[in-house]
Design a protein around this ligand. Structure first.
Ligand SMILES: [Zn+2]
Length: 248
């Protein structure tokens, strides 16, 4: 894919930070957007707070005699493969899942990652998810770490980085999570890479078709917004911080 294939919508690359509760969440919901960022010369760091080893590794637990350690190793390897396909750097904090708990030490580690990446854009889960115990925990942890790394906009007693734009990616059941898209990212040019990244997450095979279909539906919505028939696939995001612009 080249930036030119995106019909001029692909702006310059960003420093992007994606925080994923489990090691596959970023793939279903943002892989195309990450691949676009890579193609535009940007860099993306993905933090996987856990491997989703207990709650989101369905296929692996069908194996007789399966162990948590083995599932974690497989999930790490799958996520590394997926991240490599879309050009992201993967950081695994291995905090455990179902339940995911992000204590003070982990918040400090996450804030250190935010400082070292100094992202223009931060993307994570929405605040609400009545079907998942860990996704809202990841949301709160990300917001805390982001604020602890940027301070209150005044001189602070700790090292700060510039505030980032904050987005949430699309949850599994958007209406029930209060998710209202504000931005569609045209991933027509990176859809093949997204599919390849999704195929790497073999422990959740059942989601591959679901999220391919979702990208097609969002592509339909993006076509309606733009009137551009070239948009075939899109990912949806909700912006949580206002944009500052010179003209509307
Ligand atoms: Zn998850």
């Amino acid at each position: 894919m080249s930036p030119g294939s995106m019909g001029g919508r692909l702006a310059g690359g960003r420093r992007m930070l994606v925080v994923s509760a489990h090691s596959a969440d970023f793939v279903w919901r943002a892989a195309g957007t990450i691949a676009n960022n890579t193609a535009a010369g940007g860099c993306t760091t993905v933090v996987a707070l856990s491997f989703g080893e207990r709650g989101e590794s369905g296929e692996l637990w069908k194996e007789p005699g399966q162990t948590e350690a083995a599932v974690k190793a497989i999930r790490r390897s799958e996520a590394e493969k997926a991240a490599a396909v879309i050009g992201a750097e993967l950081v695994c904090l291995d905090l455990g899942d179902y339940p995911l708990t992000v204590g003070d030490a982990a918040i400090a580690r996450l804030a250190d990652v935010v400082r070292s990446v100094s992202p223009n854009v931060v993307i994570t889960h929405p605040a609400l998810d009545p079907f998942n115990p860990d996704h809202p925990v990841a949301h709160q942890a990300t917001l805390r770490a982001r604020l602890l790394s940027s301070g209150a906009g005044v001189a602070s007693a700790f090292e700060t980085v510039a505030p980032s734009q904050l987005f949430v990616f699309e949850p599994h059941q958007p209406e029930l999570c209060g998710f209202v898209p504000t931005d569609f990212v045209d991933i027509t040019g990176s859809f093949a890479a997204k599919q390849q990244a999704m195929e790497a997450m073999a422990a959740q095979k059942y989601l591959q078709q679901y999220y391919a279909e979702r990208a097609g539906h969002r592509g339909n919505h993006a076509r309606k917004v733009t009137g551009d028939p070239a948009v075939r696939y899109a990912e949806a995001f909700q912006r949580l911080t206002p944009q500052v612009v010179g003209v509307l």
